[in-house]
Design a protein around this ligand. Structure first.
Ligand code: NAI
Ligand code: MG
Length: 393
C-alpha cells in the first residue's frame, strides 16, 4: 500500500501531549505514513486573528486525512482581550476552529464508539439483586455534525424581517409583547440530505460491524418537524436493512436507560446536540474522557480526534499524567477508515490487554484527582501508558 500522508493537528494544551503518543503507536504497528504538521488553535487566534489558518485548510484539502488533538476555546470577551494588540479593532471575532473545520469541509458524520474494555475500573456497574453486574456496553453514536442547534443560526434581538417571518407562525403569538433585546432565538435546522446521510452511514456501519439494532434517539413527539424528519429518513433507510432492527427512543428517556440497560443498544443516531449529549452519556459508562474517541467524516475528507478538550491545567505537568487512550483509539478509527483494519484490531487488542492486566493505569483509571503527585502515588505517566500498549503489540 502506498505511503499515506496524514495532516497532524496537535492544537492546544494536552492535544500536543497525546497526539505524538498516537503516532508512536501507529509507527509501532507498522502503519506506513508521513505526517505533516498543521497549525490550529489558540496561539494562532492571538497572533494571527485566526485559529484555523488558511494554510491548514489547504493541507487538509490536499491530503484528506487529519489527526487532531484538541483546542482551547474561550468566551467572546476573553478572546477579544487576548488578541494581539496589533490585531485589535479589526473586527475579528473568535470562532472554534474544530467547529469551523467540520462546517468548512462538511464533515457531517460524527462517529463516537463507546465500548467497555474488560477490567477497566471506570466501567459502569449496576446493582443486580444482591450482587452487581458490569454490563458489556458496546454502542456507537452517529451524531449529525454540522446542523441543528449547533448550526450557528441564532440571534438575540432578531432583525425585524426575521421577527416578522417568525410571527407568521401561530405559536409566536405568546412572544409578541417581548422586547427584541429580551428575545433570544437559536434555530434547529435539519436538512433531509443530512438526515439521510447520517442514517445511511449508521446502517452501513451496523451492517459492516454486525450490530443488530439501530436506534434513532430524538424527540419527534414534541420537536415534530426536525426530529420527525430524522425519524422518517431512518424508517425509509431501514427498509434496505431488513436484518437490522430499527428502534426509536426519546433523548430524555434514553438518558435514563443509560443506567438501566445500556448493553441493549448498538448503533444510535441523533442530531447534533442530542448526539453530543448521548455520546457523553455513553462515554461516561466506559471510562469517560480518557477513553472517548471520535471521527468526523465527510465525502472527501475525514478528521479523527479524542472527544476531550485541551485540559489546560494539565498542559505543563512534567511528566504528563493524561490518558492517551482516547487519542490512540481515535487513530484506530483512522486506520479503520483507511481499510487498515488488521492494524486497528492489533492496537485495540493491545489496549485491551493493558487494561485487563491492570498494572499500568493513568490517574483517571485510579480515580485520583489530577495533579503532579499522582505519578509518585502509582499512576502511570502518559508515556508509560503508551509504552505498555506498544509492548503488547
Ligand atoms: P477537557 O476535556 O479539556 O477537560 C475536562 C476534564 O476531563 C479535565 O480536567 C480532566 O480531568 C479530564 N480529562 C480530559 N482529557 C483527559 C485525558 N486524556 N485523560 C485524563 N483525563 C482527561 O474539557 P474542559 O476543561 O471543559 O475544557 C478545556 C478546554 O478545552 C476549553 O478551552 C474547551 O473549550 C476546550 N475543548 C475543546 C474540545 C475539542 O478540542 N474538541 C472539546 C472540549 C473542550
Ligand atoms: Mg461534548
Amino acid at each position: 500500500m502506498a505511503k499515506r500522508t496524514i495532516v497532524n493537528m496537535p492544537g492546544d494544551g494536552i492535544g500536543k501531549t497525546v497526539l505524538p503518543e498516537a503516532i508512536r503507536v501507529l509507527d509501532a504497528v507498522g502503519f506506513d505514513a508521513e505526517y505533516v504538521h498543521a497549525d490550529i488553535g489558540w496561539e494562532f487566534w492571538i497572533n494571527e486573528g485566526n485559529a484555523l489558518p488558511q494554510r491548514t485548510i489547504d493541507l487538509l484539502a490536499e491530503y484528506k486525512i487529519g489527526l487532531f488533538g484538541a483546542i482551547t476555546s474561550k468566551p467572546k470577551d476573553q478572546a477579544a482581550e487576548e488578541l494581539s494588540p496589533a490585531l485589535r479593532d479589526k473586527g475579528l471575532v473568535y470562532s472554534s476552529p474544530i467547529v469551523g473545520l467540520r462546517q468548512h469541509f462538511d464533515l457531517d458524520i460524527c462517529i463516537r464508539p463507546c465500548r467497555a474494555f474488560a477490567g477497566n475500573p471506570l466501567n459502569f456497574i449496576r446493582r443486580d439483586g444482591d450482587g452487581f453486574v458490569e454490563p458489556p456496553v458496546d454502542s456507537v453514536i452517529f451524531r449529525q455534525n454540522t446542523e441543528g442547534l449547533y448550526g450557528g443560526v441564532e440571534w438575540t434581538d432578531p432583525p425585524a424581517e426575521v421577527r416578522a417571518a417568525l410571527e407568521t407562525h401561530p405559536k409566536m403569538a405568546r412572544f409578541k409583547e417581548c422586547a427584541g433585546e429580551d428575545l433570544a432565538v437559536s434555530t434547529r435546522i435539519f436538512t433531509r440530505r443530512a438526515c439521510r446521510r447520517i442514517c445511511r452511514a449508521a446502517f452501513d456501519y451496523a451492517k459492516k460491524f454486525g450490530y443488530k439494532s439501530v436506534t434513532v434517539c430524538e424527540k419527534p413527539n414534541v420537536i415534530r418537524e426536525t426530529s420527525g424528519m430524522m425519524r422518517a429518513e431512518a424508517k425509509t433507510i431501514a427498509k434496505d436493512f431488513p436484518e437490522i432492527a430499527l428502534w426509536e427512543t426519546n433523548i430524555d428517556a434514553q438518558m435514563m436507560w443509560l443506567t438501566k440497560n445500556p448493553e441493549d443498544y448498538g448503533v444510535l443516531i441523533a442530531g447534533n446536540m442530542f448526539g453530543d449529549i448521548i455520546s457523553d452519556g455513553f462515554a461516561g459508562l466506559v471510562g469517560g474522557l480518557g477513553f472517548a474517541c471520535s471521527a468526523n467524516i465527510g465525502d472527501e475528507l475525514a478528521v479523527f480526534e479524542p472527544t476531550h478538550g485541551s485540559a489546560p491545567k494539565y498542559e505543563t505537568l512534567s511528566p504528563s499524567i493524561v490518558n492517551p487512550i482516547a487519542m490512540i483509539l481515535s487513530a484506530c478509527m483512522m486506520l479503520d477508515h483507511l481499510g487498515e483494519t488488521d492494524k486497528s484490531k492489533r492496537i485495540r487488542d493491545a489496549v485491551a490487554a493493558v487494561i485487563a492486566e491492570g498494572k499500568v493505569r493513568c490517574y483517571d483509571m485510579k480515580r485520583m484527582t489530577g495533579r503532579q503527585e499522582v505519578i509518585s502515588q502509582g499512576a502511570a505517566t502518559t508515556q508509560q501508558m503508551t509504552d505498555a500498549i506498544i509492548g503488547k503489540l
